[in-house]
Each structure stands twice: as structure tokens, then as C-alpha cells.
Ligand binder design. Structure first.
Ligand SMILES: NC(=O)c1ccc[n+]([C@@H]2O[C@H](COP(=O)([O-])OP(=O)(O)OC[C@H]3O[C@@H](n4cnc5c(N)ncnc54)[C@H](O)[C@@H]3O)[C@@H](O)[C@H]2O)c1
Length: 370
């Protein structure tokens, strides 16, 4: 096991993997927020540059997905993984899970650079971090990738052999339940018939969410930077296509961001027409203050790490001592709408933003466990 690592080098296979503890030098990044430990794994010969960020382990070992994304600068990648990792701490806490927050990011284009050699090098890094960090799928990482890694290191969940499989459909189910809780809070009924939902991003979660919304009678407006995907949604769901850079401003009742983070910001919020925001993307708010902007605009915001916690709930269920049980995972999933309804009511009663209420509840749970 890797303890407090200064620098370690693992040779073998076809490359040389170097793992460096970069916690101290990461403190210069605004998003650092007292992370416990941050590791940089590099193996140029196999194309690996990966950051594993461990935010807070008071509730248990760090658990969080691995994102594969070609950030243009190292600082952009580090900022992304630090923000995601902190969000995982809050997500695990508010979901009542015995895990802490962590996240990993491989700086690469998953469509062109995700080779077996890269995954081998990453598996070696994960193996060195076992007992400290557990991972699963995120953007750019598929079930097949998770299975490939799991065959090489034990600290991978969301796998076929573990029973939980790809967490995305469960995430979508949680978002769907949470979205209905928001509609119920706003309109007094969770009936979606005829309501217009603008879905940004038609990937694993966005697509599965569209299936549920369509079956529930909602009218869909969709956008994806992949034009083919948006085209498929028009024929599959009778959805109306919208430009990717205009979907937030679509004439809709609900906006469901299911792509990447930061789409709720000082520029986009004044253009929103939807009264409810309920989607799967992590880190939807570009800045904390944007939650205030949403509140002042009369927009009901379902905090991202609450509404999208279904995937974490499912990968955590795979790590239960007795193994994965779907019913136990679904029982926990059904708490998502209840938790959101509670957050909405508390926010109204106190004048706080929904984000502030969710964070206070999560931090309370961490403090109680300390
Ligand atoms: N998969 C899960 O279980 C899970 C769990 C919790 C949170 N999330 C979050 O939900 C989001 C979606 O995850 P996913 O697994 O569906 O990812 P994915 O990679 O399968 O899909 C993302 C989709 O968004 C599209 N996209 C990217 N940028 C876009 C833009 N600017 N406008 C429109 N479309 C854009 C991509 O083309 C792709 O189709 C991510 O933020 C992820 O972190 C996912």
C-alpha cells in the first residue's frame, strides 16, 4: 500500500510509471479546499498522465469515478478533479454512505488515446493506491474499461463481475425521481405530461433520462455536440433539436444539464427560461455565488450531487461486504426525492439557497461522524 508518498516509481510491463505526491504544490489552486492527498501518475511511454485526488476520508475510504478528458492545461485538469473530488465527499455524506470523497482524472482523449497500454499503466497506479482509493466509471470511461481495470486491481467498482454494472442507468433513474420531486415542489403534482424538458448532453445518463421523460409524457428539447446523437433523439423520442450553445436558453419548463460542469454561470443564468434545474452533470455551478443568482431569478435548483447520487449509491452497493444487492441499492435510491424535498422546504423556510442547505446537511453528517 502507498502510504504518504513522496515519489515512487514502478517499472515493469512495457513502461515506467512514476507516482508523485503533489498535495503541497496543489494548494496554490483555488479549488484545493484542504484535500488530504493528491497523486500524479505519469508514464509517457504508455501515454498516462493521471491525477488521483483524495478529498476527505472521515466517513470511509475515498470513492469516486475516473474521468478521461483532454484538458488543455494541467491546471485546468487539476481544478476539475479537485472540484469533482470535493463534490464526492458531499455526495457520499448526504447519501448516508460509509465512504469519503475522491476522484481521478486521466488527461487524454477517450476516443483516440484510450489504449490498453494506457489502461495497464493506470491499473498499476490504482493498485499502488488500493485501500486508499476506489474508482468506477465517469465521463470517458465505459463498463468495458472498468472490467479491464478490475481484472488487474481490486479497487474498481461498477463492474460486470461485481454485479453492479454500469452505474449510468441508475444515475438516470435517480435524476428522474429527483426531477419529479422538483416538479412536485413547484407545481404541486409530479405529473410530467406536456411539460417541456431541455436535456443538454445525450450520453449514458442523458439518453437514459430521455427514455424515462419520454415515457412519462414530457416534451423533449435536446442538444449534444455530437450531432448524430441529437439526430437519433429526434427520431427516438420525437424530440426537438437545439444548438448545443443555446439549449440552456430553450423555451422549457425544466433544464436538465447532463453534459459537463460549469454551464450555470453569470452569462447563462440570465438567459434561462426554465423554472427548474434538475440534471446529472457534476459541478453545474461555475461558482458558489451562482446559486444565489438562481435563487434571485426564482429558479429551483436541485443540487447536482444530491440528484445525481444514484451512480455512487450503486457502485457503493457493489462494495458491501455481502456483495451487490440491487434491491438494497434501489431502496437507497428512493431517498433521493425525499432528500431533495427536504432541501427545497428548508431553503424556502430559511432563505438559504438549495446548495447551501445541501452542503450544511452533508457537513453535519461528516461532523457527527468525527
Ligand atoms: N454516468 C454516471 O453514472 C454519472 C453519475 C453521476 C454524475 N454523472 C455526470 O453526468 C454527466 C454525464 O455523464 P455521462 O456518463 O452521461 O457522460 P457521457 O460521456 O456518456 O455523455 C456526455 C454527453 O455530453 C455530450 N456533451 C459534452 N459537452 C457538451 C456540450 N457542451 N453540449 C451538449 N452536449 C455535450 C457528449 O457529446 C456526450 O454525448 C457528467 O457530468 C458526469 O460527471 C454521471
Amino acid at each position: 500500500m502507498l502510504q504518504s508518498v513522496g515519489h515512487t516509481e514502478i517499472t515493469g510491463g512495457t513502461g515506467t510509471l512514476s507516482i508523485r505526491d503533489i498535495t503541497c504544490e496543489s494548494a496554490r489552486i483555488d479549488a484545493f479546499d484542504s484535500h488530504e492527498q493528491i497523486f500524479l501518475g505519469e508514464d509517457p511511454s504508455r501515454g498516462l498522465k493521471a491525477i488521483v485526488a483524495i478529498h476527505n476520508t472521515r466517513l470511509g475510504p475515498a470513492l469516486g469515478g475516473t474521468r478521461i478528458w483532454p484538458h488543455e492545461t494541467f491546471d485546468a485538469a487539476l481544478t476539475d478533479v479537485l472540484r469533482l473530488s470535493r463534490g464526492m465527499t458531499l455526495k457520499a455524506a448526504i447519501s448516508g454512505l460509509p465512504f469519503g470523497g475522491g476522484k481521478a482524472l486521466i488527461v487524454a482523449d477517450a476516443r483516440t488515446a484510450k489504449t490498453p497500454e494506457l489502461l495497464d499503466a493506470y491499473a498499476e497506479m490504482l493498485l499502488a493506491l488500493k485501500d486508499r482509493f476506489w474508482t468506477a466509471e465517469d465521463v470517458g470511461m465505459t463498463l468495458a474499461d472498468a472490467d479491464y481495470l478490475r481484472a488487474r486491481t481490486p479497487n474498481v467498482s461498477g463492474t460486470s463481475s461485481g454485479g453492479g454494472g454500469n452505474p449510468s442507468p441508475i444515475t438516470a433513474e435517480g435524476v428522474f425521481l429527483g426531477l419529479k420531486a422538483a416538479v412536485e415542489h413547484r407545481h404541486g403534482s409530479e405529473d410530467l405530461t406536456g411539460l417541456k424538458v431541455a436535456v443538454q448532453g445525450l450520453g449514458a445518463v442523458g439518453w437514459a433520462l430521455c427514455e424515462r421523460l419520454h415515457a412519462a409524457g414530457a416534451a423533449l428539447i435536446v442538444a449534444d455536440i455530437d450531432a448524430d446523437r441529437a439526430g437519433e433523439a429526434t427520431s427516438e423520442f420525437g424530440a426537438r433539436k437545439c444548438a448545443a450553445d443555446a439549449i440552456h436558453a430553450a423555451d422549457a419548463d425544466i433544464f436538465a444539464p447532463c453534459a459537463l460542469g460549469g454551464m450555470l454561470n453569470g452569462n447563462s443564468i440570465p438567459e434561462l427560461k426554465a423554472g427548474i434545474i434538475a440534471g446529472s452533470a457534476n459541478n453545474q455551478l461555475a461558482r458558489e455565488e451562482d446559486a444565489v443568482l438562481l435563487k434571485e431569478s426564482g429558479i429551483l435548483y436541485a443540487p447536482d450531487y444530491v440528484i445525481n447520487s444514484g451512480g455512487l449509491i450503486n457502485v457503493a452497493a457493489e462494495l458491501e461486504p455481502g456483495g451487490y444487492e440491487a434491491e438494497a441499492a434501489f431502496a437507497r435510491l428512493r431517498h433521493i426525492p425525499e432528500t431533495l424535498a427536504d432541501i427545497f422546504h428548508r431553503a424556502e423556510a430559511t432563505g438559504m439557497t438549495t446548495n447551501e442547505v445541501a452542503e450544511a446537511l452533508a457537513l453535519e453528517r461528516i461532523a457527527a461522524a468525527s
